[in-house]
Each structure stands twice: as C-alpha cells, then as structure tokens.
Design a protein. Sequence first.
Length: 270
Amino acid sequence: MKKFKIFSTLLVFSLMFVLSACGTSEKTSGSSKEQEKKTLRVVTDAAYAPFEYMDKGKVVGFDVDFLNAVAKEAGYNVKLEHVGWDPLFVEIKGKTADFGISAITINDERKQTYDFSTPYFLSKNEILVPKDSPIKSAADLKDKVVAVQNGTTGQEAVEALIGKNNSNLKKFKNNNLAIMELKSGGADAVVADNTVVEQYVKNNPNENFVVIPDDSAFEKEFYGLMFAKDSKLKADFDKAIQKVIENGEYTKIYQKWFKVDPDLNALKQQ
C-alpha cells in the first residue's frame, strides 16, 4: 500500500507537470500569434521629402510620424519598408504588404484597384522653375520641357496641359531625379506636390529656384493610406485617423514638419 501511494503521488505530480507544461505552451503560442497579427508590413517610396526619405539608413518624414501615431491608435505595430514607387503598388495589389503610405493621392483610377483610408492630407501640384524662368503659370508649360515623377498626379496634370504623348514630357523614377534634370538644364520645369517643391526651395536657397502655384490648373488632392481591395484593416485605420485628427496629435505632427497649421476643416469635409 505504501508503495502504491508513493506511485500514485508521483503519477499525480507527473500529470500536473505535463498539464502545466501544455498550458504554458498554449499560452506562449497564443501570445506569439497575437504578436504576429498585430505587426503589419507597410511599404513606401522613401524618396519624397518631407513625407518619406532616407536619413542615416532610416525612413523618416511626415508620413512616418503620422503612420506611427495612427498605428498606435489602431492597436497595431508596423514595419515600414522602402520598396520604391512602382513596386509599392504591385506589393499591395498582390497582398505581400498590408498597405502603403507614400503621399499617395486618392483618385478614381486608383480606387478601381485599391481601397483608400479616409483622407489624411490636403495637397496640390505646383511648378518648380529657376528664378529667371519665363514660366509664370501652367499655361506657359505648353512649349517647355517638363520633368515629373512617373505614375503620379503631377504627370497626369502635365499630360492634360501638353498632351499625353508629348516628347517634352520627361518621366523619372522619383522627384529627386526630376529635379536633378531641371538643375542640369535638361528640363525647364518640374511639376510635383506643393509641399515637396516648397520644401526643396526652402532647403536649397542658393540654387535660386521658385515655386509657381496655379489653382486654376491644378485641383486639390487628398492623400490616403492605400490597401488591397476589401482589406479588413481599412475600418480600423479610418477610426484611428479620425481620432488622431480630433485629439490634436495630427496637428502636432503637421506643425513639426511644415511649421504651419493644417486645414482640418478640408480634411473633415472629405
């Protein structure tokens, strides 16, 4: 009987150890799955200062700070990767990335293939030219060589002005290359988002460039996070964007990068 009691006691402790081990294993596994679920892969084209650009091997910019704020509000961790402009669209469509952020304008053509969050930024295209340029408005671009970033609304705006197949339209992989073409004399103007060209002039005063706005030729545009069609993440981030705008965090980030207050009413109307 004594031997049997000892054996029984050992058996009970053994079973308790096994069950305890199983419970620990399941808890760890569940925690791992939860962590995996909350880490999203986000893609960008980090050649578009001040929205996203590389600084000492790290992607920084307005979009990066905004992304971190809304992801935190939505309850997700994010891993942001620089993949380039064209690959960004391919990855989101193919669902190898969860979504993209890269000063992406919401328009009807893109909405046929992708879903967008509620707008988070108001923008418009403007013209970058040398100070002594005869170009004073968008109408003056018709006989000039114009550099743009390929696949952007800047390209579309110029095509509407001078024709889609016009040989004077030079398309580049990013705006940095387009501006380099202007600096080298290979183009008479660059058309790009206002904050991009304005920031370039501010950061490079010795290059003697000026920005030409033309509200009659360039319509207002709104940026959004871009998702694959029917993404379940959209609803979470729509709510988070609204919250970040309402609680003042958006204004703080905007002021940090642009030194002015955002037009919150324009965003809310959208």
